[in-house]
Design a protein around this ligand. Structure first.
Ligand code: GAR
Length: 189
């Protein structure tokens, strides 16, 4: 049984898409969702999916509270699905090679501190990029720098707004993120 914790800071549409993709597939469990934001919409999605969700402030990730909860639920993989805090060293040490993230751009472009969600798409449009995409990667101690597992691309048209780019990128995320998780975890365990 693969037990995966989903971490999300905002809307949680990727978290929901992942849970729905795996529902009915034997051997996969998503026992909890963790957020750093109490009023994030991901909590409503978790409720609808009948998955417990928890909120921790930043120091909960640093002081071991989150780690204790993950261990209580016997979690063996962590998937960041729109999670915006830096993952602290103690979590990385407890889950070596078992934390993955999705970033809404083609890393190493448009990554790093402050580059998340909407800001990424605004920067892509401002720089008149002709393509963007998604990057799924292992998490290490630096923002968006862990080893890349998978990338997919989409076109950016000259007239595209950041919202239109966001929609294209979300489509790629919904299409590929669950499948990449499935393939990766089947291969590694
Ligand atoms: C997603 O586009 C994800 O790639 C991005 O936040 C969005 C969350 O959407 N993550 C980052 O920017 C991480 N640096 P969602 O809450 O609807 O899944």
């Amino acid at each position: 049984m693969k037990k995966i914790a989903l971490l999300a800071s905002g809307s949680g549409s990727n978290a929901e898409n992942i849970v729905r993709y795996f529902s009915g597939k034997a051997g996969w469990e998503f026992p909890l969702i963790i957020s750093n934001t109490a009023d994030a919409y991901v909590h409503q999605r978790a409720k609808d999916l009948q998955i417990p969700s928890f909120t921790f402030p930043k120091n909960g990730f640093e002081n071991g509270d989150v780690l204790r909860l993950l261990q209580e639920y016997a979690i063996d993989w962590i998937v960041l699905a729109g999670f915006l805090l830096k993952v602290p060293a103690r979590l990385l040490q407890a889950y070596p090679g078992k934390i993955i993230n999705i970033h809404p751009a083609l890393l190493p472009k448009y990554g790093g501190k402050g580059m998340y969600g909407r800001y990424v798409h605004e920067a892509v449009v401002a720089h008149r990029e002709t393509e963007t995409g998604i990057t799924i990667h292992y998490v290490n101690e630096n923002y968006d720098e862990g080893q890349i597992i998978f990338q997919a691309r989409c076109e950016v048209l000259p007239a595209d707004t950041p919202d239109e780019v966001a929609a294209k990128v979300h489509d790629l995320e919904y299409r590929y993120f669950p499948k990449v998780i499935e393939k990766l975890l089947n291969r590694t365990e």
